[in-house]
Ligand binder design. Structure first.
Ligand SMILES: NC(=O)c1ccc[n+]([C@@H]2O[C@H](COP(=O)([O-])OP(=O)(O)OC[C@H]3O[C@@H](n4cnc5c(N)ncnc54)[C@H](OP(=O)(O)O)[C@@H]3O)[C@@H](O)[C@H]2O)c1
Length: 322
């Protein structure tokens, strides 16, 4: 095993037409990963939560022993925004720890040779140097509002590393930046910034509102990656990466929220004004991942932000109304 990534064309880490269990296949990330792996010719195995609650370790292990996949992608997690994270830290900690324990330990017990665990950029210290390198992990205090979630995810990284160190398992971890795309959550109470902006500008246009008021100053910078790009990165990592360290997944570029808001306004064809409620908090000034480890493997994002926003808007507008 090497700590550094290197393409392995002669001994692929993922066989052709591999059987891959994608845990969390109905989620934003899992659905994109499942689409991508199927398009690459792999056999994607899925189970809905109602068939298999991944917090149940015994049933998860039995399922994995039965199916015997060549690889597992762990994209199932209890995920939520600031409000949910700060009001239910017990569930964010315990559900994620239990899912990870069941899936990672179950995969090893079932003899699954390959596993990709997905974490998130919130595992890094609140004041990490920008752009954030993977080495920043565990070098400082976390953002308190999602500490329980982040600590569960850090435990998952350590679990993956421990299987590699103790048993030589080719298990790896990846940490995506802010993601968006078809399948995103547009519920304003729990959504992330991009779908929330799309919905607010769309509704403002529909209602003829003269302005949309957004929180903060618009100056914080954030990075966004389309889910098809994260899925491509996951496929690449499964094929080529066999290292101990987690790998950041991002596009390597950020933009101010004000610019993002202008892009969304254009895409949604909203002609009103954008106003900033500067009394509201801005959050951290910048959050950008260093993606040199991933680009060193040959990754290049393919979806320009404007196109991705337009596709996400089109998907949301065409969804069946509940
Ligand atoms: N979205 C982002 O911007 C982002 C950014 C960075 C990292 N990530 C990471 O990517 C991973 C997936 O996130 P996501 O945005 O795709 O989340 P998501 O859309 O909420 O999907 C999570 C999936 O996990 C499943 N799940 C949750 N608890 C389960 C359980 N007990 N048993 C079985 N299935 C369960 C859900 O099933 P149901 O469909 O039945 O609810 C859902 O399919 C997470 O680890 C997250 O940290 C996401």
């Amino acid at each position: 095993m090497t700590a550094d990534a290197s393409p392995q064309p002669t001994s692929p880490l993922l066989p052709r037409a591999a059987r891959v269990f994608v845990a969390g296949h109905r989620g934003l990330v899992g659905s994109a990963v499942a689409r991508r792996l199927a398009a690459d010719g792999h056999e994607v195995v899925t189970r809905g939560r109602e068939q298999l609650d991944l917090r149940d370790a015994a049933r998860t292990e039995a399922f994995l022993c039965d199916v015997r996949p060549d690889a597992v992608v762990l994209a199932a997690a209890r995920v939520g925004g600031i409000m949910a994270n700060s009001t239910s830290p017990v569930q964010f900690l315990e559900d994620n720890l239990r899912i990870q324990l069941g899936v990672i330990a179950g995969a090893y017990a079932a003899g699954v040779p390959r596993l990709l665990f997905l974490g998130s950029s919130c595992i890094y210290p609140k004041l990490a140097e920008q752009p954030i390198r993977e080495e920043a992990l565990l070098t400082g205090p976390l953002e308190p509002t999602n500490e329980a979630y982040a600590i569960a995810k850090i435990a998952g990284i350590t679990q993956v590393q421990s299987y590699r160190r103790q048993y030589g398992a080719a298990y790896i971890s990846a940490m995506p930046t802010n993601l968006y795309g078809p399948g995103d959550n547009f519920d304003l109470a729990t959504s992330h910034v991009l779908p929330a902006l799309i919905r607010r500008f769309h509704e403002a246009r529909e209602s003829g509102a003269p302005r949309v008021v957004l929180w903060g100053t618009g100056t914080p910078r954030r990075e966004f990656l389309h889910v098809d790009d994260v899925a491509a990165a996951c496929a690449l990592l499964l094929e080529r990466y066999d290292g101990d360290a987690p790998v950041n997944i991002g596009c390597g570029e950020d933009l101010p929220i004000s610019e993002l808001a202008s892009l969304v306004r254009e895409v949604t064809d909203y002609r009103g004004e954008i106003a900033w409620d500067t009394g509201k908090p801005d959050g951290t000034p910048r959050k950008l991942l260093d993606v040199s480890r991933l680009t060193g493997l040959g990754f290049k994002p393919a979806v320009p932000l404007r196109d991705g926003i337009a596709a996400t808007y089109a998907w949301w507008r065409s969804r069946p109304t509940p």
